[in-house]
Ligand binder design. Structure first.
Ligand code: LLP
Length: 427
């Protein structure tokens, strides 16, 4: 599944023992596997190859420039949701034409800058945004391509905070309104409005919501064709599931097997916007136990990583498999599930030092006994991990290290106190 494995009772990233990385770079520490990233990208490309899709990697899931460079060299295009992400993609080597600019609230300044840069396609989410884009293109003397993000009203059956395709969500445009807008803008001299974008949530751990979404969208495309409007592009968004614990999502090939045949006889350009399915299992967060504390009813392992380093458990109650980095041969985990039959297991909450009760990485986990100084790994942290960090409690952000084979290099240095106050000093 990924290149994080226990060899001789010690966790390795590819060929590098994780304790060595912790020693060299300190903790907390993000560690990425290049091979895992590339394999995930190649599998996505292979699974959907019959549709010749443009794979627009969703920068928001993991925006490190070095990771973006790797994906760019693999052939990825990019999905950006702010001008900052657009700039990251360009700095990573992307051609602006291979960037899709999405997001529900692009400002006029962002739209103007993206037009000047020559961004390939705008995914538009409201009639007011469409009017702003058309005006900006006219004023800037540019012609651009746009897709309307349609809200298909499909339940992706994921966390309410990451469900985006239901009619009560802020995202996208109702199908009826979309029809009106397509016909209103059909002959605009500066706007080629010929695409449809859908994104129903993240992660979507079953195939059926995608099938329903594609069927509804193809029906809309057919209805538009009857009105004389030709849709050339369909962007299926992201949300493809990945493995946080064993078999919680089907492999990407299963999604593709259900979706690809729906496009038989269709002549549509396809965009995909995967993030998590490419990056989640390419990264772990390594942290060290600072103290253990036996409270009246629970044992706590207080670690040096916090919600500031990985906010997913606090924000979505998200599950990340956690295990000691060097548990020894007899306590090597079998797969990634919470129910491991191990001798002397203890039930423990893994918590950080931040002054919030939501500052936990896991609750009630059955783990080999932990002691101060032990290293533990938080798995599947490569997506929405480092990108969602903060400096709350004046905590400098953790560094990121990329492993390739037996080599490791820093791709983001650890922040310092000076970084924390830089924007406040000398003003
Ligand atoms: N396209 C659009 C329009 C999106 O809104 C998203 C994610 C993606 C693509 C990429 O989805 P992915 O393939 O990565 O699932 N912070 C949350 C996830 C928020 C996702 C937001 N949109 C988490 O940690 O689970």
């Amino acid at each position: 599944m990924d290149a994080f494995s226990y060899v001789g009772g010690v966790l390795h990233c590819e060929q590098v023992p994780v304790p060595q990385l912790a020693e060299q770079f300190g903790t907390p520490l993000y560690v990425y596997s290049q091979a895992t990233l590339e394999t995930a990208y190649d599998r996505m490309a292979g699974a959907f190859a019959a549709l010749s899709p443009k794979i627009c990697f969703s920068i928001k899931s993991c925006h490190n420039l070095h990771m973006l460079r790797l994906l760019h060299s693999r052939g990825a295009a990019f999905d950006a949701v702010s001008i900052g992400e657009v700039r990251r993609a360009i700095e990573a080597g992307a051609d602006a034409a291979d960037i899709v600019f999405a997001g529900v609230g692009k400002t006029r300044t962002e739209i103007d800058e993206a037009l000047q840069l020559g961004v390939g396609c705008f995914n538009v989410e409201s009639s007011e945004e469409l009017a702003a884009l058309a005006d900006a293109a006219t004023v800037n003397g540019k012609t651009t391509t746009a897709a309307l993000r349609v809200n298909p009203d499909v339940d992706a059956k994921t966390h309410p905070y990451t469900t985006t395709g239901k009619k009560e969500n802020k995202f996208g445009i109702d199908i009826d309104e979309a029809r009106t807008l397509f016909s209103q803008y059909r002959k605009h001299p500066h706007l080629q409005l010929n695409g449809i974008h859908v994104h129903i949530g993240s992660p979507v751990n079953t195939v059926a919501p995608y099938v329903e979404t594609v069927q509804r969208t193809l029906a809309l495309i057919d209805a538009l064709a009857k009105d004389g409007i030709n849709i050339a592009l369909l962007n299926l968004g992201g949300g493809w599931g990945t493995c946080y614990q064993d078999s919680d999502a089907p492999p990407i090939e299963d999604y593709a097997a259900a979706i690809v045949p729906l496009f038989a006889e269709r002549n549509l350009a396809i965009h995909l916007e995967p993030g998590r399915s490419i990056t989640a299992n390419a990264g772990i967060l390594v942290t060290r136990v600072t103290y253990c504390k036996q409270a009246r009813t629970r044992k706590f392992a207080i670690v040096d990583a916090a919600m500031t380093d990985l906010i997913r458990p606090a924000l979505y109650d998200a599950y990340h498999f956690i295990w000691p980095v060097a548990p020894g041969n007899d306590q090597t985990p079998k797969g990634r599930t919470p129910d491991q039959a191990i001798p002397n297991a203890e039930t423990v909450d893994i918590v950080g030092p931040v002054c919030e009760s939501s500052d936990f990485l896991a609750k009630g986990r059955s783990l080999p006994p932990l002691a101060a100084g032990d290293l533990i790994a938080v798995f599947s942290a490569g997506a929405y991990g480092a990108v969602m960090t903060s400096q709350y409690n004046s905590r400098p952000r953790a560094p990121e290290v990329l492993v390739y084979g037996s080599r490791a290099r820093v791709i983001r240095r650890r922040e310092t106190y000076d970084d924390l106050v830089a924007a406040e000093r000398d003003i």
